[in-house]
Design a protein around this ligand. Structure first.
Ligand code: C2E
Ligand code: MG
Ligand code: MG
Length: 698
């Protein structure tokens, strides 16, 4: 509505004399713009063009009744005038929503400006009231719809309003008189005190106070909330009332607790995880230092668990782990910790063993044995009876200065020792193991450096045919350390393998062997049909990038790959035969052939042979070594040769050291040879001389 000081009136009057009379009355009012029309149609158009603040209309108009212009709930009030006073008409007009009804007379028309300003005033008040009511209703609707408790309380704490969520949360029924209820009655006594002592004074001082509080509902349920208390002042600055908003944060808290739990506990078994174990281990170490009673750390690994997982599926594996966790927990005392590190690895901290070290060791051994007995009890999962065993590594927690981290490594080392010793046993960590560990660590570091500083070298050993002519070479890696000299692969391959460095080293082997052969070809001393044999380690072989790396190396050197033979051992591929065959297939696509190295040392080589896409086998040198004086070895070699012929495989005898061995192998039909008798592994330079010499001899 426009400011009262400037308003627009639409006068609808078909009688020009009346119109003029009224216009005259308003003329002296400079703030009023009066616009006069004579018909309903004109009035409607005028209202559309410029909304008036007030309509004054005659009842009887040429084209209808003035009441038709009334907007009952609108912003614009209407005063209706008639020429005759008829009570019924008056009632009808007022009912239809007119703001006033005036019977025309010279006096009433003269008084029209006063009537107009009264109607405008009253109508504006009424309209504002209506808006306020609507606003109030909307706010209430919002309060009623919010899921948080919202309430208003007087200065004594009695409720004057509580929303639906609040009534529901606390269990207040609709017919209860909330004026007798204090919110504080629903707080736990401690929280009630907190609000009294801290909440209200703070809200009075600062306007608001907030904290976590617990409500106890009418049915006894405890609800954790995040509560805000607000003080409201009137214009004089006196506090008039308080309001509170409280949000149920039980779900939030549960989620937080879950996150916290997952950071420290294993969700499958509910046992502490590695983080929690580390904390408790550090606590145990300090406890031992304080009270001198020993502790022990047991590293438990289930034997052959992978087989259960692979053959019966992960859900069964999970059941087994859960069951084992339960058994360990049940067997051990409350002071002891049982944790799961992941996979099938559990760790136990035994606390408060004897202060006497010999006695403590005996106690730890006894408990480890009992744990193995517990694990060995039949385990019934999914209609299957499983029999498990465990290997346990034990290290004592004494007051020396080993950290929790060290202790875990010691127990882990001892566990590996137990596995190596045949599984299903316990093994104490010993100083020798410790020096093994530190030697291993030192070696790892040296090897890392070797890779950086290019200390690796490739040696080559000639591969010969029955006439003793070179028909290829096997690459053999050497480590040339500035101080230690040249080291054979048996000293370091296992470490490279266990740290994964072998992947990088293996790539280097492939590319330098290819580079070398390319050079020899350019020198004309390496024939197209010579075989280049490269040893491939298990880890390299499982690397998904391997085949594509090899392929790009072949492209880089522009080498036809039919002369490249990759040597793999049975151990190398037996773990995952299907995967191995797939890998071999990928590489064979680039023309690479495979040789089964150290043949005869595996357990079931013969049975696997027919499934494997290999073209060569290499009889292990342990058979060749004794072939002349051990009938069993001779028979073995003879049958390997016979079978290979049958399967169309080429056979290389490796480790041929004497003429007699060479002769006997030939007698049995062997066609390819390698060994000190023909040539030891030599540097690339010496190999080029050998190749050149054999070239000129041919
Ligand atoms: P391998 O593939 O069976 O290699 C044959 C081993 O027998 C070589 O040992 C070689 O020096 C040795 N040898 C050859 N002829 C004779 C002989 O007449 N008498 C005796 N007593 N030994 C002989 P080396 O070089 O120490 O290599 C040992 C193993 O290390 C190799 O066995 C192979 O499995 C692995 N290896 C060597 N180089 C590499 C490589 O670049 N990568 C990978 N992954 N493994 C390699
Ligand atoms: Mg080999
Ligand atoms: Mg071999």
């Amino acid at each position: 509505m426009r400011n009262q000081s400037n308003y627009r009136i639409l006068l609808v009057e078909d009688d020009p004399a009346h119109a003029e009379l009224i216009e005259r009355e308003f003329a002296s009012d400079s703030l009023c713009q009066l616009h006069t029309v004579g018909t309903l149609a004109q009035a409607r158009q005028s209202m559309r063009l410029a909304a008036p603040d007030l309509v004054i209309t005659d009842l009887r108009l040429p084209d209808g009744e003035g009441t038709e212009l009334i907007e009952p709930d609108g912003r614009c009030p209407t005063i209706v005038m008639t020429a005759y006073s008829d009570e019924r008409v008056a009632v009808q007009v007022i009912k239809s929503g007119a703001a006033d009804y005036i019977v025309k007379s010279p006096e009433t028309m003269a008084a029209m400006p006063r009537a107009a300003s009264r109607v405008l005033r009253e109508w504006r008040l009424m309209f504002e009231q209506k808006l306020a009511n609507e606003r109030q209703q909307r706010l209430t609707a919002i309060l009623e719809a919010t899921p948080d408790l919202i309430c208003i309380a007087d200065l004594d704490g009695f409720l004057t309003y509580i929303n639906r969520a609040g009534r529901e949360m606390l269990g207040i029924t609709a017919d209860e008189d909330i004026g007798r209820i204090r919110l504080a009655d629903f707080h736990s006594p401690a929280d009630g005190q907190k609000i009294l002592r801290d909440g209200i004074p703070t809200a009075v001082r600062n306007g608001t106070w907030s904290d976590e509080t617990t409500f106890r509902t009418n049915n006894g349920e405890m609800i954790l909330t995040s509560q805000v208390l607000i003080s409201h002042r009137n214009q004089r600055g006196d506090i008039e009332f308080f309001s509170t908003i409280a949000r149920d944060i039980r779900h939030l808290r549960a989620a937080e607790e879950r996150v916290e739990y997952l950071a420290y506990y294993d969700p499958l078994t509910g046992l502490p995880n590695r983080n929690e174990l580390a904390k408790r281990l550090d606590m145990e170490v300090s406890r031992v230092r304080r009270n001198h009673r020993h502790g022990a750390l047991l590293f438990i690994d289930l034997d052959n668990f992978k087989t259960i997982n692979d053959s019966l599926g992960h859900p069964v594996g999970d059941q087994v782990l859960k069951e084992m966790g339960l058994r360990l927990r049940k067997y051990l005392r409350g002071d002891d910790t049982v944790a799961r590190l992941g996979g099938d690895e559990f760790v136990v901290i035994l606390s408060g063993l004897s202060a006497d070290s010999i006695e403590a060791v005996a106690q730890a051994r006894e408990i480890a044995n009992k744990i193995r007995d517990t694990v060995a009890l039949e385990c019934h999962v999914n209609d299957t009876d499983l029999h498990l065993t465990a290997s346990i590594g034990i290290t004592m927690i004494t007051s020396d200065d080993a950290s929790g981290h060290d202790l875990l490594r010691f127990a882990d080392t001892a566990m590996y020792e137990a596995k190596r010793e045949g599984r299903n046993r316990s093994e104490f960590f010993s100083e020798t193991m410790s020096s093994d560990v530190s030697r291993q660590l030192e070696l790892e570091n040296l090897l890392r450096r070797a890779l950086r500083e290019r200390q690796f070298q490739l040696f080559y050993q000639p591969l010969v045919d029955a006439r003793g002519h070179i028909i290829g070479a096997e690459t053999l890696i050497r480590w040339d350390h500035p101080e230690r000299g040249i080291t054979a692969p048996s000293e370091f391959l296992e470490v490279l393998e266990s740290t994964g460095q072998i992947v990088e080293v293996g790539d280097w082997v492939v590319s330098s062997a290819l580079a070398q052969v390319t050079q020899w070809m350019q020198q004309g001393i390496w024939h197209e049909d010579f075989a280049l044999c490269i040893n491939i380690s298990p880890r390299q072989f499982r690397d998904p990038q391997f085949a594509s790396n090899v392929q790009s190396q072949l492209e880089r050197f522009n080498l036809s790959s039919r002369n490249i033979v990759m040597e793999v051992t049975e151990h190398n591929i037996i773990h995952d035969l299907d995967d191995a065959i797939l890998r071999m297939g990928e590489l064979m696509q680039c023309g690479i052939r495979f040789s089964l190295d150290d043949f005869g040392t595996g357990y079931s080589s013969l049975s696997h042979l027919k499934n494997l896409p290999v073209s060569h086998i290499k009889i292990d040198r342990s058979f060749v070594h004794d072939i002349c004086n051990n009938a069993g070895d001779e028979a073995m070699v003879a049958s390997i040769l016979a079978l290979s012929r049958h399967l169309g495989l080429k056979v290389v005898a490796e480790g041929v050291e004497t003429e007699q061995q060479f002769a006997l192998l030939q007698d049995h039909g062997c066609e390819y040879f390698q060994g000190f008798y023909f040539g030891k592994p030599v540097s690339a330079f010496e190999m080029s001389e050998l190749l050149a010499a054999s070239e000129s001899a041919a």
